[in-house]
Write a protein that binds this ligand. Sequence first.
Ligand code: NCD
Length: 303
Amino acid sequence: MRSINSIKDLSLQEIDALVQTAEDIIARPEHYARKMAGKKLATLFYEPSTRTRLSFEAAMIELGGHVIGFSEAQSSSAAKGESIADTVKTISCYADIIAMRHPKEGAPLVASLNAGVPVINSGDGGHNHPTQTLADLLTIHREKGSFTNLRVGVCGDLKFGRTVHSLIDAMSRYDGVSFVMISPEELKVPSYAKLPLKERGIPYTQTTDLAAAMPELDILYMTRVQRERFFNEDDYVRLKDSYILTPQKLTTAKKDLIIMHPLPRVNEISVAIDEDPRACYFKQVLYGKYMRMALMMMLLEVK
Ligand code: NCD
């Protein structure tokens, strides 16, 4: 039995296999419609979510399975003081697989050590979000044709943005990748999230200047300033509009740039960009569902 806490838990071969499965699901969805018949997914979400929870649920339903769960801590026994260990021991009596989101870093790891079924980290605090990265990887693969030789700009709240930490970890495993990290001084990538770059000798630069970085980027990954992780509202208000992508700012960008965002968008990307063929954020949403289908099949060893 295997859980997924970080994108590191998947080898490059496994990521390739997930991409291939997702492509096959897209090509012939009817072949997968009964793969998970009789199986149950439990979504345990202690933090708000639209895409991640509903795409997990849609993924299980499209595979012919069922879904149980809760979408806020207050409606679970966490509100009465139950531990994560006890909750997941309980849920393991009802479900075959668990997707968990939690505001505390490491909570899904604790869950995986106590559950009798696989646990998938669906976002833990400001730490990791491996299944968003799977959605991002399928998007990059479909749009760029491969994962190699790409200059990746990540922009916004790189301190608390868990999707960025997982994306850096994943993309730094491919040849010819380099990073430009664009953020206010206060919201730079934490050192632990830069370790994969250092270990693998991946080139990266850190800057506050999006305009200067723009012309060289193959991918621009925008993120929301993570209000809920700030200690102080004044700091959030000061930093929230640090980067707002507008059509005007894209005039120096490559014609084949892809613009990504894990969503929700607050103010970081002008809606005028949604019609630009380079905007890929709603494709990420769709592809995330297929990758979650592929991942659940892999973890439950469904052929
Ligand atoms: C992200 C998350 O929850 O980390 N959303 C998502 O899962 N697609 C990004 C965010 O909340 O800003």
